[in-house]
Design a protein around this ligand. Structure first.
Ligand SMILES: Nc1ncnc2c1ncn2[C@@H]1O[C@H](COP(=O)(O)OP(=O)(O)O)[C@@H](O)[C@H]1O
Ligand SMILES: [Mg+2]
Length: 244
């Protein structure tokens, strides 16, 4: 079971859109995927037409396989299961506070044989939860909008990971990119030198991706051949190669 997180200190950069689309692509590829919505805003849960709130509170997460199986839900995407958002982020923080690292991975132990890939959709913060994410995953997928400020955010993340001794690899990729904008092109050209681990697939600013909120489905389900749909398919192929 491999584990990846969509993570950024910034909000609104396409973490959730990427989590849902990459999960759908991995499923098309025959992987058994669990998407864990860690953001109390529950956007992933909404996109997949599930109800938020882990019934009975987050305690269910620590009560063994039967309890965990009860909170994990099917989705309209074949092969994709969802661990929906818990309403209170406080509950989640409490569950993790003061715990040893890699707790998120350990919580999933009862279902480790049920999934090939776990994707985490994270809220934008550097909290207890983030520390647990950093210590649990095989890599961080970090969406960045190609502006100078976003590159600084990426440097800050790297600084933080170095300071706190987290060795987890960072794989940045561009989202919401507009090649007609000179600044976007310039920023995209500079990333390669500084970040050899970056994923080269660029997700464009695409109306099909924006429509996910209306369709409440991954882009591949209603606009597979669109620019956004093709881009996510390509991004997944690149990630799959790295995971092998
Ligand atoms: N590639 C894209 N093209 C156009 N709109 C996008 C794209 N990716 C995300 N969006 C839109 O941008 C907003 C923020 O995206 P979201 O995935 O929720 O970001 P985050 O999870 O990082 O906060 C949403 O309204 C979403 O529909
Ligand atoms: Mg989000």
């Amino acid at each position: 079971m491999q584990m990846l997180a969509l993570y950024s200190i910034k909000g609104g950069v396409g973490k959730t859109a990427s989590a849902v689309n990459l999960a759908a692509e991995a499923c098309r590829d025959g992987h058994r995927v669990l998407l864990w919505d860690l953001d109390p805003q529950a956007a992933t849960t909404f996109y997949l037409r599930a109800k938020p709130k882990v019934r009975g509170g987050v305690d269910k997460l620590v009560k063994g396989k039967a309890a965990l199986d009860k909170v994990i839900r099917d989705t309209g995407v074949e092969g994709l299961d969802l661990l929906p958002a818990a309403i209170g982020s406080r509950d989640m923080e409490q569950l993790l506070e003061g715990r040893k690292l890699s707790r998120l991975r350990k919580l999933l132990r009862p279902v480790v044989d049920d999934y090939d890939l776990v994707l985490l959709d994270c809220p934008p913060s550097l909290s207890t939860l983030a520390e647990q994410v950093f210590s649990s995953v095989d890599a961080l997928l970090v969406p960045i909008v190609p502006t100078t400020l976003s590159l600084r955010t990426l440097e800050q993340l790297r600084g933080h990971l170095d300071e706190t001794n987290h060795a987890c690899p960072v794989w940045p990729f561009f989202t919401l990119a507009d090649r007609r904008k000179t600044l976007h092109r310039q920023v995209m050209d500079t990333l390669g030198e500084r970040w050899p681990t970056r994923l080269s697939t660029v997700i464009p600013n695409a109306s099909a991706v924006e429509r996910m909120g209306l369709e409440r489905a991954p882009v591949s389900h209603f606009a597979r051949a669109s620019a956004g749909g093709r881009a996510y398919a390509g991004l997944w192929r690149e990630i799959r190669q790295r995971l092998q």
